[in-house]
Ligand binder design. Structure first.
Ligand code: SAM
Ligand code: SF4
Length: 452
């Protein structure tokens, strides 16, 4: 059996795509390996969102080329594939800069991998066309064993691409226009995942709450309606969705946070900035106060809601006062967790053309202050859960014998002592202590057991 090593960078969409590539190659006789040195096929599933992400890929390619040479010396062949958004954006340029690469394949084309690999026996190939057909229709179904191996929490892509064109972002160019998968295909995949023991589904998409897929009756379903249907699937205990845009939080979705116990009270809703002028320049199409009011409405529907967000500091032209607006918004809203980045100019995006770029040192100083505040909020949130009773989905054995590790509704890692519960059980836990990255607790009720 040949071996494939897949390394994924960036977002959850890439994690999902990497799994689909592995499923596809399993039916071509490849087994997955975690050791690049023994791989006959190395796939780098790349991210183009920030400059460093692309540069990391080129330096990794240098290492893979050395490996390819070494294996060649031992009479073994290694094929190198660059997939994902750097592949889409750079195309042929990758073949020029990295002569060891055999195949470059965009995120909409990886269902063609078997044919591309066959072609790569004689020539180096690039496939970055946006195809008419849906790649999901061409992907093989993973085996029950493969699903089980990946754990009780699974990603499920329901939407791809983006039509929002935020001025800093490459996604609309690398992932293409927004497309929602039909409800029947999503249900089919969700049922198979549940049947293999998956307890938690995270619906993913670049703009997941813009979902508007065709329902079984031909009508258009919103994300709120889809969540209601998925919550009916036996075995599915938890639902999440990411990443959302504030503009697409409609009434039906907000009501789902009130009405669906399976929908976790945790929402990743990126705001990027707290300054109205910067939000406008980013083309986000909402103000800081509109975001605050939206959060108040969702919290009214779901009082236990915890939030996470993405922030960009040093967007072109951002003044000290505008940065302080972001700090104020963070203080007003309160986040349980967050991702924050220095603005990184992406070729081809409108913001990269703005002349007043913020100096690197200013960006670094702002990022440090912002991350300090966010970290204080994260720690405060974690400590605030001490003494509370939370449901924990058990995902794996803990650090020590007799321990199990799982996740709270707020995606916090929780360690418990137990010898009577297994992976996939949802147990009710009283949180006794908060460490810097994990919570610790004791079981107070057995709750919902995973199917045997
Ligand atoms: N669709 C999501 C949204 O609307 O917020 C975000 C998707 S993007 C993959 C993830 C995050 O990367 C963004 O929320 C943003 O904070 C960050 N990001 C995107 N482009 C960036 C850039 N040019 N520089 C720095 N951060 C960027
Ligand atoms: Fe990028 Fe904006 Fe689309 Fe999110 S909504 S993927 S940040 S263009």
């Amino acid at each position: 059996m040949k071996k494939v090593f897949v390394k994924s960078y960036g977002c959850q969409m890439n994690v999902y795509d990497a799994e689909r590539m592995a499923d596809m190659l399993a039916s071509e006789g490849y087994s997955e390996t975690g050791a690049m040195e023994e791989a006959d096929l190395v796939i780098l599933n790349t991210c183009h969102i920030r400059e460093k992400a692309a540069e990391k890929v080129y330096s990794e390619l240098g290492r893979v080329r050395e490996l390819k040479k070494e294996r060649q010396g031992q009479g073994q062949e290694t094929k190198i594939v660059v997939a994902g958004c750097v592949a889409q954006a750079e195309g042929k340029e990758i073949l020029r800069r990295a002569p060891a690469v055999d195949v470059v394949v965009g995120p909409q084309n990886y269902h063609n991998l078997p044919q591309l690999l066959a072609k790569a026996r004689t020539e180096r190939v690039v496939d970055t066309e946006f195809p008419i057909e849906d790649k999901f229709d061409h992907l093989p179904r993973p085996s029950k064993a493969a699903i089980r191996n990946r754990g009780v929490s699974a990603f499920l892509t329901i939407q791809e691409g983006c039509d929002k064109f935020c001025t800093f972002c490459v996604v609309p160019y690398t992932r293409g226009a927004e497309v929602s998968r039909p409800v029947s295909k999503i249900l089919d995949e969700a049922l198979r995942l549940a049947d293999a023991g998956v307890r938690e589904l995270t619906l993913i998409g670049q703009n997941v709450n813009a979902y508007h897929g065709e329902g079984p009756d031909g009508s258009v379903w919103s994300l709120g309606r889809l969540l209601h249907r998925l919550a009916e699937i036996p075995g599915i205990a938890r639902l999440r969705y990411t990443t959302s845009h504030p503009r697409d939080m409609d009434d039906e979705l907000i009501a789902a946070h009130r009405d669906l116990p399976a929908l976790m009270p945790y929402l990743h809703l990126p705001v990027q900035s707290g300054s109205d002028r910067i939000l406008d320049a980013m083309n986000r199409k909402h103000t800081g106060d509109e975001y605050r009011r939206l959060i108040a409405r969702i919290r009214e529907a779901q009082p236990n809601l915890a939030l996470s967000s993405d922030f960009i500091v040093g967007f072109p032209g951002e003044t000290d006062a505008e940065f302080e607006d972001t700090m104020r918004l963070i203080a007003d809203v309160g986040f349980a967790s967050s991702f924050s980045f220095k603005y990184s100019p992406r070729p081809g995006t409108p913001a990269a053309e703005i002349e007043t770029q913020v100096p690197e040192a200013v960006k670094a100083e702002r990022l440090a202050r912002l991350q300090n505040l966010l970290e204080t909020q994260r720690q405060a949130f974690n400590h605030g859960t001490v003494g509370q009773t939370l449901d924990v989905l058990l995902e794996k054995p803990g650090r020590h014998p007799g321990q199990m590790a799982g996740k709270s509704p707020y995606l916090q890692a929780v360690q418990i002592e137990t010898d009577s519960h297994g992976i996939g059980d949802v147990v009710t836990v009283r949180i006794t202590r908060a460490g810097s990255n994990s919570l610790f607790g004791e079981v107070v009720r057995s709750g919902d057991q995973a199917a045997a």
